[in-house]
Design a protein around this ligand. Structure first.
Ligand SMILES: C[S@@+](CC[C@H](N)C(=O)[O-])C[C@H]1O[C@@H](n2cnc3c(N)ncnc32)[C@H](O)[C@@H]1O
Length: 312
């Protein structure tokens, strides 16, 4: 407990009468503790709201007049419990509530999957315009799917397409299958186990991937919140490109003639430019923040195949 003794914490918690009191107090405690923001919320206020709604068992669109309601003992204890874990153990909010949002859709999450936050959401909302002809997209591969957020959002964006969602981790795929079932998409979205492209079957019009890409230096300095996420979902060797190298060398074989690969590499974009200076990666810009996502066509992957194979 940050600079606060246990009796003092319980006495302050016990003095909270209304939902509004709890919100104000929670926000203040999160700010004092300087918890790291970046797992779906960008203010202490939003973090306190999410934890409080979880404690109250209320949806995000609850009537705002709820702030005037009296807190029950059970709600107070539940709120105090999750707030304490957020502060002392630095557990990100979505792992405490079991819920995260991506492309306006709610997903179940737990510590077996990365918390959804990829800027690729914005591309999905625009149906990857102008990189693909949306009406011609019949097969999509979400490589490194985690809890399935990209695959499921793509299934909504391309209602006639079949989607394969692949991952190397069976635990992540368990969560992915839960989410597929939650959206009743079992007939269009398949969760497949495999290392890299080994689980891919046939050719796709679009391969989209938010793979592990954090380099060793960034891994060593991540805020504690990230230590709750699977290391397998983040780390990818010294320069962050272990996974990317393999995909670039192989992806052409899994793309249809007009197919494209959309790959996120985050901060490792500089390393990409250093390793393959001759390749004209198309780096995308985002209205709502984020960077390090490129598009490359099957044609380009074929053209530079030898270069990609040399750097394996
Ligand atoms: C950064 S997370 C992305 C999760 C999800 N797509 C998202 O955007 O929130 C990367 C995922 O890649 C998986 N992964 C790591 N190495 C892999 C490999 N060699 N082959 C397939 N999946 C892998 C991890 O298990 C993890 O679920």
């Amino acid at each position: 407990m940050n600079n606060l003794s246990e009796p003092q914490w319980h006495s302050e918690l016990g003095a909270l009468n209304s939902v509004g009191d709890a919100l104000h107090w929670g926000e203040q405690k999160l700010a004092e503790a300087e918890v790291f923001l970046g797992h779906g919320t960008d203010s202490y206020h939003d973090e306190a709201v999410a934890l409080l709604l979880y404690a109250l068992e209320q949806p995000w669109d609850v009537d705002p007049s709820i702030v005037e309601a009296a807190l029950t003992d059970v709600q107070r204890e539940r709120f105090g419990g999750v707030l304490l874990r957020r502060i002392n153990e630095r557990v990100p909010v979505p792992y405490l509530t079991g819920k995260a949002w991506f492309c306006g859709l709610e997903f179940s999450v737990d510590e077996r999957v990365l918390i959804p936050r990829s800027p690729i959401a914005e591309l999905i909302e625009y149906r990857f315009y102008p990189w693909v002809e949306a009406d011609n997209v019949s097969r999509v591969l979400d490589l490194c799917t985690g809890g399935g957020c990209i695959a499921i959002a793509c299934a909504h964006a391309f209602p006639d397409a079949q989607i394969d969602a692949t991952d190397i981790d069976e635990g992540a795929l368990d969560v992915c299958r839960q989410n597929i079932a939650q959206y009743d998409l079992q007939d269009r979205v398949r969760a497949l186990l495999g290392d890299g492209l080994a689980a891919a079957q046939g050719q796709y019009d679009l391969i989209v991937s938010n793979p592990p890409y954090v380099d060793a230096q960034d891994m060593a300095s991540l805020p504690d919140e990230f230590r709750h996420e699977p290391e397998l979902a983040l780390a990818s060797g010294l320069d962050g490109l272990d996974f990317t190298r393999k995909v670039l060398a192989q992806a052409a074989d899994y793309l249809s003639e007009q197919g494209v690969l959309v790959l996120e590499v985050g901060n490792s974009m500089e390393a990409v430019e250093q390793v393959w200076p001759a390749v004209p990666f198309m780096w995308l810009e985002f209205e709502h923040g984020g960077h390090g996502v490129f598009v490359i066509t099957r044609e380009q992957l074929m053209e530079y195949r030898e270069i990609f194979q040399q750097t394996l």
